[in-house]
Design a binder for this molecule. Sequence first.
Ligand SMILES: C[S@@+](CC[C@H](N)C(=O)[O-])C[C@H]1O[C@@H](n2cnc3c(N)ncnc32)[C@H](O)[C@@H]1O
Length: 254
Amino acid sequence: MVKDLLKSVLPTRIADALRVLLHGHENQTDEFTYDHDGLRTIHNCDFISDPRFIQAYRAGRSLDSWFGGDVEWRVHVLFWAAVRGIELEGDFVECGVHRGGFSKAIIEYIGFGKRQDKTFYLVDSFEGIAEEHLVEAEKEKNLLAFPYQHNYEAVLNAFAEYQNVKVIKGWVPEILSEVDTRVAFLSIDLNNALPEIAAAEYFWERLVSGAAIVLDDYGWKQHFVQKQAFDEFAARKGVPILSLPTGQGLIIKP
Ligand SMILES: C[S@@+](CC[C@H](N)C(=O)[O-])C[C@H]1O[C@@H](n2cnc3c(N)ncnc32)[C@H](O)[C@@H]1O
């Protein structure tokens, strides 16, 4: 109310100056601290210059999984979820691996290779998306034409040094029975709704309490079918989804 009153009585320039005084910043483009991957902000992102972050992020980036783009903030979110997961009982799963960028970064960040009590399952068709999994609205978004650069052998090589990483080649949902385990961290990044929901349903009872599910595509415009499907999923399970400015969605298993 006070805001509206100020707006109506003060000239715009004075109101802007007051806003700067109150909030300590101006909306000037040269103040952006982060400006890629669909996210532009003036907020602090000093995690980017943490040496541990830099080393792990570079390891992930070196696999050419992200089409030359930078996705630091998304990776920061994944690291947060992984740090949480490593303290819980259970294994790690990524559905949608491509060339292994996210998984490699996570493994390096938390030293997963040394955790022989845990397994990291990397699940992918390594052949892209199945046409029969798409609904019309997804076909219209041209999801089938996405130029994945799969190289199954290269993924096997990239993870060969870790005894506790299993690369599982096959289609979700059919292949999921090969990952029958308690889960402490789940990343879902399949870029199409049907198998993503099937994976979330399959792992729901297997997820330990406190484990995070990171939905990579939740807020991305071209993946609105997934958003609708996950909103319904979350309502069925009685959990909220945190919609992140990175485009990701975050669920914590109660
Ligand atoms: C966006 S990419 C994953 C990117 C990856 N998270 C990374 O770090 O670069 C999506 C992946 O999902 C896989 N995929 C899509 N639908 C699938 C399905 N039904 N079963 C298995 N893999 C699938 C594709 O082959 C592709 O590698």
